[in-house]
Ligand binder design. Structure first.
Ligand code: ATP
Length: 360
């Protein structure tokens, strides 16, 4: 990857010539023509990096094009990290890179188009009223996204920490299968490292306490965020809920008493109208509670998560299960203040005290 080698030269091993390259470089002209010159009607959404547009290539294939908003060294870095990481990973539950374009100050990333957009749009956004996510779809999304993260943590070389696992970063293909997306904040883990200390990036409500407070990032931060995602998937609740003026509650604070009192059915999204599998519910709550523990060492690995989600906990005895304990996460007022907003620039010193193309 010539462009990337220029950007992050020396930080990551080069792609071996034997590795299959399935991405390519796009010209700006081609992307202009595919997106009707980045027409507003083609806009799928907007994130911190910039806007995402739907497009169609000359061969009829549908693409999503992420266009960098403003050029800066930081944005350039985010762009190169995302392209570098996506270029080296291939998994059925990770959004595939089609290619990129870097012409002048324009930076664009081209992905496969996901007709059912994001999990967020189905749980809390424009598709929420359609109620398309039944229990089985939710369980498949849980397993699929867990498998995507398992691949990043255990199979990618070097290992990759996503750092921004959340509902808007789980995209859904035409069969509602999960594809984990958005690797702009991801970290490559040097071999042998147990954790990396870094500036805190990510989204409030999903941040592992040790990461939010001390910037200590390891694979288990993604496991924590995945636990929050599971609670969100089961309940249809947002990670942080506004209860009234100035009062907020995390999904863990809401779920913990129900879990301890064994009132599991009360955790289930009322939109499912009681249609769920009670055994699977027990299993998925069990996984969510293990993942969303305050102590990183007590959380399971993504490999264990996949095993339990696939087979169920019965008969299995994982070390982490013995320590099962759901801590109520108490973020400081300062962190709760910001609600859904992101803390991409928050430093590690934060302290605890303070239809169009839809297949649907
Ligand atoms: N490949 C894709 N196919 C279909 N829709 C997509 C695709 N990629 C992104 N989107 C849509 O565009 C929206 C914006 O994506 P983007 O990754 O830029 O931001 P985000 O995840 O919402 O926010 P953040 O910047 O915090 O990550 C997504 O929420 C999703 O609805």
């Amino acid at each position: 990857m010539e462009y990337l080698e220029r950007c992050i030269c020396g930080r990551v091993p080069r792609q071996k010539s034997s590795e299959k390259k399935e991405w390519r470089i796009f010209s700006l002209k081609e992307l202009h023509s595919a997106t009707n010159s980045f027409n507003y009607d083609n806009k799928l959404g907007e994130g911190g990096f910039g806007s995402v547009y739907w497009g169609q290539l000359w061969d009829g294939s549908q693409i999503a094009v992420k266009r960098l908003k403003v050029w800066s060294t930081k944005a350039e870095m985010e762009f190169s990290v995302e392209v570098e990481i996506l270029g080296r990973v291939r998994h059925k539950n990770l959004l595939s890179l089609r290619g990129y374009c870097a012409e002048g100050q324009e930076r664009l990333i081209v992905y496969d188009y996901m007709p059912n957009l994001s999990l967020l749009s189905h749980l809390h956004g424009q598709f929420a009223p359609d109620n398309q996510l039944d229990w089985d779809k939710r369980m498949n999304i849980a397993i699929g996204s867990a498998e995507g993260l398992e691949y990043l943590h255990h199979n990618a070389t070097p290992h990759i920490i996503h750092r921004d696992v959340k509902a808007s970063n789980v995209l859904l293909n035409s069969d509602f299968e999960a594809q984990v997306a958005d690797f702009g904040f991801a970290k490559l883990v040097p071999e042998g490292a147990t954790h990396v200390t870094t500036r805190v990036k990510g989204t409030l409500g999903y941040l592992a306490p040790e990461y939010a407070m001390w910037g200590k990032v390891s694979e288990s931060c993604d496991v924590y965020s995945f636990g929050i995602l599971l609670l969100e998937l089961i309940s249809g609740k947002k990670p942080i809920e506004k209860l009234g003026p100035g009062t907020k509650r995390t999904i863990v604070e809401w779920a913990a008493p129900l879990v301890f009192q064994g009132r599991l059915t009360e955790l289930v999204d009322p939109k499912l109208q009681g249609k769920f599998n009670a055994e699977e519910l027990k299993n998925v709550v069990h996984v969510a509670t293990m993942c969303a523990q305050n102590t990183p060492e007590n959380r399971p690995t993504m490999h264990e998560v996949v095993q339990i989600l696939r087979k169920g906990p019965r008969g299995e005895s994982l070390e982490s299960e013995k320590k099962l304990k759901l801590d109520t996460v108490k973020y400081g007022d300062e962190l709760l203040e910001a609600d859904d907003s992101e803390v991409k620039t928050r430093t590690a010193t934060t302290t605890p005290s303070s239809g169009r193309r839809s297949a649907a």
